[in-house]
Design a binder for this molecule. Structure first.
Ligand code: 9MR
Length: 478
């Protein structure tokens, strides 16, 4: 961008305020020489979610539906996090307990809770060798491939528009040397089962980011990391729809936080995907544990496309590895030293990276040339909203990126109307809900990007065949 927009100006002044905070906190830290525990100041965010949001990122937690009646638990969840992952409720055995019979009751409780709180939802997980219902475990070959694809399609369709990122495929690579695929009934249906799952997920929910998620992929030198990297590289080269890589990041003595973690994040991001830390927990206690949490946060903030961190549980007692006390809150729900280190790392880093949330999913297969006419910053309008767009066109097709900006008041939703030339059609859209495919088309916000503060902006996009639209988009706020 060459011009200064209200969006830029707002971000810059936030940055200046945070810089001031950095100086005063750093001086205090030198004086006492201890792990930083930031006393909240007027300028520092006081919760993980708010502080991550200042960086255009989310900070989430995995939660369990059956704990939503625990007031201590829910209090922490609602206060601290702006993204939620159902820990078990979206797994295959939960959502399709018998073939063709889908049960979304438990997952819905979490999704509804998250949406009521304005949180994002990470969907976990559509295709996995583990936690398969008995009927699927017993299947193989073509019937299994069809059942898996049907599962992906049904579940992603049911939650269409409500999921920020889906773990489409989970843990498909083997541990140890060699970087081979993990043997499983799904793998035995053919090596292309992963890309088939991604294509089905894209067709079912074009607005969700589609992630490949795995563990022991944190150390750049490990064969498994390299193997996942090559798969993502191959998918990007061939236009298989993938938007993100999830690094689970379960750290313990056997699988410690590696010193090259940031390199791993950077290298995946350089493939043109977002990187998300999806299941973070760090076994240990005290300053050692706190330091590792700090390192992870600093690494993510150093990589613009590392757009969110999720911890795998709330209190230590909620963890799948409770005895390793790997989380940010103790069994009573009190903040641990690890929490303070995490929050201070978020607050100490000025939000210098461009926000990558709300997400705008890259289209899966358009040409990768930069747009010929980048969007100009929309002028501040009065109440309501305004929209501008840029187009990347080629013979027979185009990708349009639309920027929506709220006027002088906050808005709760928006809708953008555009006119397509005769013979053109919308084939795909992301970060918006499209109505109509030709002529007068309209794009409404999805769950996570409708609410915009005064002057704030968000982007969505669509892909089409034929000639790109040229007339000005008309934005209506709600
Ligand atoms: O935390 C989850 C635990 O409650 C389940 O019993 C277990 C088996 O489904 O899965 C745990 O979550 C796993 C996640 O789904 C995938 N990555 C590893 C996580 C920890 O085992």
């Amino acid at each position: 961008m060459t011009k200064t927009s209200a969006w830029d100006t707002g971000r810059r002044s936030t940055r200046l305020r945070l810089r001031t905070t950095v100086v005063s906190i750093a001086a205090g830290a030198l004086a006492v020489g201890t792990i930083l525990t930031v006393a909240p100041t007027a300028n520092a965010a006081t919760t993980l979610g708010a502080s991550a949001a200042a960086h255009g990122r989310y900070f989430g937690a995995a939660i369990a539906a059956h704990k939503l009646s625990d007031s201590t638990y829910v209090g922490i969840v609602n206060r601290e996090f702006n993204s939620i992952t159902p820990e078990n409720e979206m797994k295959i055995n939960a959502t399709e307990p018998s073939q063709g019979r889908f049960d979304y009751a438990a997952a819905d409780r979490i999704v509804n809770h998250a949406r009521a709180q304005g949180m994002k939802v990470r969907g976990h997980t559509l295709a996995w060798h583990s936690q398969q219902p008995a009927w699927m475990e017993g299947m193989s070959g073509s019937p299994l491939r069809q059942a898996m694809l049907n599962h992906v399609t049904q579940v992603a369709t049911y939650y269409r528009g409500k999921i920020d990122s889906w773990d489409v495929v989970n843990e498909a690579f083997a541990d140890g040397n060699g970087g081979a695929r993990r043997d499983s009934n799904l793998q035995r249906t053919g090596n292309d089962w992963i890309e088939a799952a991604f294509r089905a997920a894209r067709a079912a929910d074009p607005g969700a980011k589609l992630c490949y998620n795995d563990y022991n992929t944190d150390n750049w030198n490990w064969d498994k990391t390299q193997a996942v990297y090559r798969m993502v590289q191959d998918f990007k080269t061939r236009g298989v729809p993938i938007d993100c890589v999830g690094l689970q990041s379960h750290f313990n003595q056997g699988s410690p936080y590696p010193s090259n973690y940031r390199t791993t994040l950077q290298n995946f991001a350089a493939l043109g995907v977002d990187v998300q830390i999806t299941e973070l927990d760090i076994e240990g206690s005290g300053a050692t544990q706190a330091n590792t949490y700090r390192n992870v946060v600093n690494d993510c903030l150093a990589v613009p496309r590392c757009n969110g961190i999720t911890v795998w549980g709330v209190r230590d007692s909620d963890s799948w590895r409770a005895s390793g006390t790997p989380l940010l809150f103790d069994n009573n729900g009190n903040k641990k030293q690890a929490y303070d280190a995490t929050l201070s790392a978020l607050n100490l880093n000025p939000p210098s990276n461009p926000p990558s949330n709300p997400p705008s999913n890259p289209p899966s297969n358009p040409p990768s040339n930069p747009p010929s006419n980048p969007p100009s910053d929309p002028p501040p309008s009065g109440a309501g909203c305004s929209a501008t767009f840029s187009v990347n066109a080629w013979t027979g097709g185009f990708v349009a990126t639309v920027k929506v900006t709220a006027g002088t008041s906050a808005i709760n939703g928006w809708s953008v109307a555009m006119n397509l030339p005769a013979g053109s059609a919308v084939t795909n859209s992301w970060s918006a809900q499209a109505s109509g495919t030709s002529g007068a088309v309209r794009f409404g916000n999805v769950s996570y990007n409708g609410r915009l503060n005064a002057g704030a902006g968000t982007e969505f996009g669509f892909q089409g065949t034929g000639t790109a639209p040229s007339g000005a988009p008309v934005c209506t706020a709600s």
